[in-house]
Design a protein. Structure first.
Ligand code: MG
Length: 160
């Protein structure tokens, strides 16, 4: 089998006056993530993991934050575009593992919904998607609730 592994990382600043969107899911919180798009830190890490596995570059090259076309865009659209590129190259997602690091809010109530949402976007079963949520043990910027970060690891497999 032709497997390809990819990793992705992202971090965004938490600010007042923005909705918090993680894994294509709105999360009630007093702050949201700052960015050119909806700043969905988890989906950005997932896109980069997938792009990396397929050697297709990175999210900043494909969807530059200087391009007005991507201003305020839902990152679910960026993931859909990423999946089109990967399919065109002859790959599908085998499985995805992720870590979201947020001191607040607790993501535990949302993990199941995020899994389901991402599995649908990747066209895989829910069993092929893992979402792990951690705090930063009150250390550094994430621990001070100034930012949220995410890691993703993916395997792709060649179709037929
Ligand atoms: Mg980002």
């Amino acid at each position: 089998m032709d497997y390809r592994i990819g990793i992705g990382f992202d971090i965004h600043r938490l600010v007042e006056g923005r909705p918090l969107v993680i894994g294509g899911t709105g999360i009630p919180y007093v702050k949201g993530l700052l960015g050119h798009s909806d700043a969905d830190v988890l989906l950005h890490a997932v896109c980069d993991a997938i792009l990396g596995a397929a050697s297709l570059g990175d999210i900043g090259e494909l969807f530059p934050d200087t391009d007005p076309a991507f201003l305020g865009i839902a990152s679910t659209v960026l993931l859909e575009e990423t999946m089109k590129l990967v399919r065109n190259k002859g790959y599908r997602v085998n499985n995805l593992d992720t870590v979201v690091i947020a001191q607040e809010p607790s993501l535990a109530p949302f993990k199941k919904g995020i899994r389901t949402r991402i599995a649908a976007l990747l066209a895989v079963s829910v069993d092929a998607v893992s979402i792990k949520a951690k705090t930063h043990d009150s250390l550094d910027s994430i621990g001070r609730k100034e930012a949220i970060a995410a890691y993703a690891a993916v395997t792709l497999v060649r179709e037929v």
